[in-house]
Design a protein around this ligand. Sequence first.
Ligand code: HEM
Length: 451
Amino acid sequence: MPNIPTAGSPRPVRLDDKTKSVMGRAIAREQALSRLLMTYIVTGLIFMLLPGTFLGVWNLIKISSREAAESISPAWIQAHGHAQLFGWVGTFILGIGFYSIPKLRKLRPFTLWSAWLTWALWVIGVTVRWFSNIYPWHWRIALPLSATFELAAFLIFFQAVASHRPSRGSPKPLEPWIFVVIAATLGLLAALMLNFGASFQVALNAASPAFPHLFDQRYLMVSTWGFIVPMVWGFSARWLPVFLGLRPLRNSILILALGFNILGVILGLLEHFFAGGILLLAGAATVVAAIRFFEPTVKPAKTINIHRSFPVFIRIAYGWLLIAAVLGIWAALAGVAPGIWGASRHALTVGFIAAMIFCVGQRILPSFCGMRVLWSPKLMFIMLILLMSGCTLRVASEILAYQDYAKWAWSVLPVSALIELAAVALFAANLIVTFARPPVVVTSALTMTLE
Ligand code: HEM
């Protein structure tokens, strides 16, 4: 019988055939899960780069050259937004959910084909949606079809990761961060149902595939503040106290933050944007207090294999969350104010969401995807600097230009877009090269734990 050395023990350990077969199956499953996750991540990166960011940059350059926010088709703007929120962030979240939720909750493994089916339906749904907005060829069929595929993909995901029994004994009691992730998942379901209903409605009654403006505002409130924001909070509460060496999480305050956030989203959905905005700001401030980002730390941050500036950028991202909420209140007070709404939206999507994915993604994804190490921590630092500079220029000059406060700001907007595009492209390159390089240790997949 061969001797297999184990980490931390110089003496070889003899394994019987049964143990070896159990270990073999565990390694094979871990490798299959890593391949699955890598596929989801690379798919998300493709949506992020071309249908998402490239189209966003194109739109912004056109808006700036005409010096008019309403000069391009709403369908093109919505194609960009949908590709970013669902094509990029949604695909990442589904992949990470399949990979991590059953492990974190110690649930019985789901069948892998359900994860591949979800991937196929989701990719078709999001791609068809993008094309039906950009080239309105048979859009009256394509739009509802894409919404149906996306909803079906979500339901298979939900069935696979949420309805399985624990592998043995009773399930782990639900920790507060899980409630936050569950609320975010229900937010995704709500967004997909709104999208489903509106797609049929628009296909039957409207002249173009774009959602009507007011409905789009409410729907975006659910897709961003109701789905992605609490998802980021949930995983922040799970991982960041350890990664940043923070004081113990304040669980009851976390739940209070979630309560404010849910109420804010419901009020926004009912078109009470000002009252909703106040509650969203209260939620954002409360979550910062719950996770204790700005209190003295109790341990050094864990920044091995990533850039040591990681804790600083996480705190800046939460700063952008607060700025986005404040701008949302200002926009609600101002009424028709595309520059302030747009600035609030991108403070949230680029300053908070993209920055959190850039930071936490590069911290966890290389090891989840087959025990790899991030290719270039230095590149991580450069891209975060670029992202934050692009975002600052964008948010400030969008208000100045769109609201007619300063004409010169129109010429800053394309520059901000190109800086953000460079950041996004470097993020994709760093992850793709990381995945293409060989794993550091194969067998340690067996002992891998989710810190
Ligand atoms: C290079 C970076 C980006 C550029 C140049 C860009 C550009 C734009 C432009 C020009 C608009 C039209 C409205 C406005 O002028 O504010 C827009 C809307 C939007 N963007 Fe971006 N964007 C970028 C990144 C992102 C990211 C990372 C996300 C999400 C993760 C995102 C999500 C959205 C959403 C949801 C909308 C609203 C769509 C709608 O009205 O339905 N954007 N973006």
